[in-house]
Design a protein around this ligand. Structure first.
Ligand SMILES: [Zn+2]
Length: 525
């Protein structure tokens, strides 16, 4: 007797092979049988006639760790068909941190990760994992984050990791990997990470290589003086070359300026490739990103962490220097900022920073500093999409050209805090499935492979990512002909269409389009 049989659907098993008509029998956490189960007994049957039955989606890049601790249902993720999310991304997260450092970093990251309880034990990766294991709707896998390890080893300071501090960082990294982390991440702009230099990253990534795990790199761009080759992908390639580790670049795509020009982004990587290079990528299908306002402040303003940052922002002469930096650009970066998450002033969410500045009679830099003080640094932002429909269309085609490459996977980069998140938080995976229908360039089977089996193999998730006997029963059931995102930059909190059922470890997490409140997600692998 099966606990659950999914019958009559088209099974796209994750490996890339052609879909076929078949039933799936689930017992406990695992898939017990695949084939014709029309005569089998089952406690429950889901009729998947006309639907695609695939492995649950594995999301290689999210920032859900804070939100999951407040809202374990996580409807915006699981209703996309996502059954596993990677956490600890872009070099920053909550563990391993002492109680004091957790409070500090929770504050600095608040505009992005939200407001989890501040008394949680985050002292080790093992403790972190326990907060999620069988307590939320989806599976999670964790990376040891560089900025977190450096905060715990050295504090919020502009110094390279050397000597005792480096030894502490190495020990924390090694322990984190031993306690189940699947790799190590660095980020482009999350302090104190940008103060690290290439040397310290190489030393830490050597430990990653020894553990047989992966280095995930968000190319660095803030304090590039500390970074080999001026940061970016060139530094990532150099770290991989010198450490011998496998490398994965986070959300790597064209920008509005490089739309339609994929050689422009692949050129530097191809130039740095050696015969030993082992490089993969992921991508979310949107033309702009999302982050926190505090990360935009200059390096000198970050020294000492949140309390010192606020002190500087309140000091007129310090503030003047910060504003001069923020307003320096000929390229008006601040003009693209939409205020996204402001828990203490939700009525301002969705406002363009330049509109707020005009209303207050301030420059954008001054307005940003004011808002950061008013909101106690808790300000998330979303990048405005390019105005030109032609550029947006070209970027959609770029996403499809990139995901057609066998070295690419799909991610959401979920940044879920607040009423006005980036639309990817609700729609990334369905959006890719819709773009595939509209633009083409890749089969459904290959697209599913990029969302399931490919990341499972790459990151060592045992028995995940495939529909096959003995695999964990993580399953997404969707209508390939209609599945669509509905979230937009204007209306981001809108659930996708065409994903009626999602199964996590054999338990129904989404039932006929509705979240069930079953928390069967595990901290894996
Ligand atoms: Zn990210």
């Amino acid at each position: 007797m099966f606990d659950l049989v999914i019958s009559g659907g088209t099974v796209v098993d994750g490996t890339g092979r052609a879909g076929y008509r078949g039933d799936i029998g689930i017992k406990g956490e695992r898939i017990e049988a695949v084939g014709d189960l029309s005569k089998a007994e089952a406690k429950r049957r889901i009729d998947a006639m006309g639907l695609t039955v695939s492995p649950g989606f594995i999301d290689t890049h999210t920032h859900s760790e804070g939100a999951l601790l407040v809202d374990p249902q996580h409807a915006n993720g699981v209703r996309q068909g996502i059954t596993t999310e990677f956490l600890g991304i872009d070099g920053m997260s909550y563990a391993p941190l002492s109680a004091y450092n957790f409070k500090t970093y929770r504050h600095w990251l608040g505009g992005l990760l939200g407001d989890p309880p501040e008394d949680l034990d985050m002292q080790s990766v093992a403790a972190f994992r326990r907060h999620y294991h069988k307590k939320i709707s989806i599976n999670t896998a964790y990376f040891v984050p560089h900025a977190t390890v450096r905060l715990q080893s050295l504090g919020f300071h502009d110094k390279p990791l050397r000597g005792e501090a480096l030894e502490t960082a190495k020990k924390l990294t090694r322990e984190g990997l031993e306690q189940g982390a699947i790799g190590f991440t660095t980020g482009g702009k999350y302090y104190p990470g940008p103060w690290g230099d290439t040397e310290e990253i190489v030393e830490l990534v050597k430990i990653v290589r020894e553990a047989g795990k992966i280095y995930m790199c968000e190319p660095r761009k803030n304090v590039v003086a500390h970074a080999f080759g001026g940061g970016g992908v060139v530094e990532g390639m150099e770290v991989a070359r010198r450490s011998g580790a496998k490398l994965h670049f986070a959300h790597y795509r064209t920008q509005p300026e490089s739309a339609g020009n994929i050689p422009a982004i692949m050129g530097p990587i191809d130039a740095a490739r050696t015969k030993d290079s082992d490089v993969t990528f992921d991508i979310y299908p949107y033309p702009s990103g999302s982050s926190i306002a505090v990360s935009l402040l200059p390096a000198f303003a970050q020294e000492g962490g949140p309390a010192e940052i606020l002190k500087r922002l309140r000091d007129p002469s310090e503030r003047k220097k910060i504003v001069a930096y923020l307003d320096r650009d000929e390229k008006p970066m601040l003009a693209m900022i939409i205020l996204g998450y402001m828990p203490m002033a939700p009525e301002m969410e969705g406002t363009r920073l330049t509109d707020l500045a005009a209303k207050r009679g301030r420059t954008p830099g001054e307005a940003l500093c004011e808002v950061l003080v008013e909101q106690n640094l808790k300000v998330g932002h979303v990048g405005a999409p390019p105005d030109s429909a032609a550029v947006r269309g070209r970027m959609d085609r770029d996403f499809m050209e990139l995901i057609a490459r066998p070295d690419y996977m799909v991610c959401s980069d979920i940044t879920p805090a607040g009423r006005f998140p980036h639309p990817r938080s609700y729609g990334a995976f369905p959006r890719f499935l819709r773009l595939r229908r509209e633009i083409g360039g890749i089969s459904l089977e290959d697209m599913i492979h990029r969302m399931t089996d490919r990341p499972a193999r790459r990151f060592g998730l045992k028995d995940r990512g495939r529909i096959e006997r003995n695999a964990f029963a993580d399953v997404a059931i969707f209508d390939a002909a209609t599945v669509s995102d509905t979230s937009t930059y204007e209306n981001p909190r809108s659930f996708p269409l065409g994903v009626p059922y999602v199964i996590v470890n054999g338990q129904v997490a989404v039932d006929n389009g509705t979240c069930t409140g079953v928390f069967a997600g595990q901290a894996i692998p």
